[in-house]
Design a protein around this ligand. Structure first.
Ligand code: I24
Ligand code: DGL
Length: 270
């Protein structure tokens, strides 16, 4: 029998595992091919040209395998390459921005929505455009939070320092009377408890990871997992250290994972 086509998920590093966890929960029988560009992470502080070149190198690699769909789990990469990737590829391409924007529009009562993300994501205005396309009379405030990813990656998400940094960074948002805040970066769900405390209970937090998995499930149809069916073969590819990747992935996904190394061209030309 022909091997089942999988779902490819690409990200700048390990943050996209937040999306993978949701896909595994909602679509447990789908095989996943994950690629994280750990060697060149973070993308959030890079130029659109770099982000575009790196993202398409990953897309070229994962599309050598027959796919059911491609998920761009990285908000920064989605902001820069989604439209182009959709035009280029013969399979459905799903980014994290539209699903998050749609959920935010459904959640808001007062039409005042905040978006937090990396420098590149906020600069691109991709969330604002997506939100206004769905509902033109919204009031959207974007804020770059470049110190949040390092907090998570240094294992500081549950510390007093995280509370201080999050509180200082989000201060400009507190006078905007937002009722909905989009966590527009793969890492921010790990800071959600602290963010919620800072913005208060009147603000609904939107996690793009959950919404994206739901959108993917809607595209490819319900999961038809049979009793006793063997678990799907997932493969995780990193451009960086496989040991470190495995450690984080196994802790986060609570399972053992198969990790492979693949180098990508270092220069921008390819
Ligand atoms: N969390 C993230 N990235 C890291 C990290 C982390 N180190 C500890 N934790 N490192 O992202 C990034 C740089 N590494 C990546 C691997 O190769 C070498 C360089 C957030 C992960 C979201 C799924 C903390 C940590 C963890 C396990 C699960 C969750 C988590 F170790 F926050
Ligand atoms: N994955 C990125 C995002 O969602 C965060 C990490 C990075 O800057 O590469 O925007």
């Amino acid at each position: 029998m022909e091997k089942e086509k999988g779902i490819a998920v690409i990200d700048s590093g390990v943050g996209g595992l937040t999306v993978v966890k949701e896909i595994m929960r909602q679509l447990p029988s789908q095989p996943i091919l994950y690629m994280g560009d750990n060697a060149r992470c973070p993308y959030g502080s890079k130029t659109p040209e770099e982000i575009r070149a790196y993202s398409f190198q990953m897309i070229d690699f994962v599309t050598r395998t027959p796919l059911k769909a491609l998920v761009i789990a990285c908000n920064t990469a989605t902001a820069v390459v989604l439209d182009e990737a959709k035009k280029d590829l013969p399979v459905p391409v799903i980014g994290v921005i539209e699903p998050g924007a749609r959920a935010a529009v459904n959640a808001t009562r007062n039409g005042r929505i905040g978006v937090i993300g990396t420098e590149a994501t906020i600069r691109s205005q991709a969330y604002t455009r997506s939100l206004l396309q769905i509902k033109p009379d919204l009031h959207v405030t974007g804020l770059a939070c470049p110190s949040f990813v390092p907090l998570v990656e240094k294992h500081l998400a549950h510390t007093e320092e995280a509370r201080r940094v999050v509180s200082e960074t989000l201060t400009p948002l507190l006078r905007e009377e937002l009722d909905t805040l989009i966590l527009g970066c793969t890492h921010y769900p790990l800071l959600a408890p602290v963010i919620q405390e800072v913005v208060g209970d009147s603000v609904t937090l939107i996690s793009s990871a959950e919404e994206t998995a739901r959108e993917l499930a809607a595209y490819i149809g319900p999961d038809e997992r049979k009793e006793k069916q063997a678990p799907p073969d997932h493969v995780f590819v990193t451009t960086g250290d496989t040991g470190m990747f495995r450690e984080i992935a196994e802790e986060w996904l609570s399972r053992t994972v198969r990790v492979e190394y693949h180098a990508l061209e270092r220069s921008l030309k390819s």
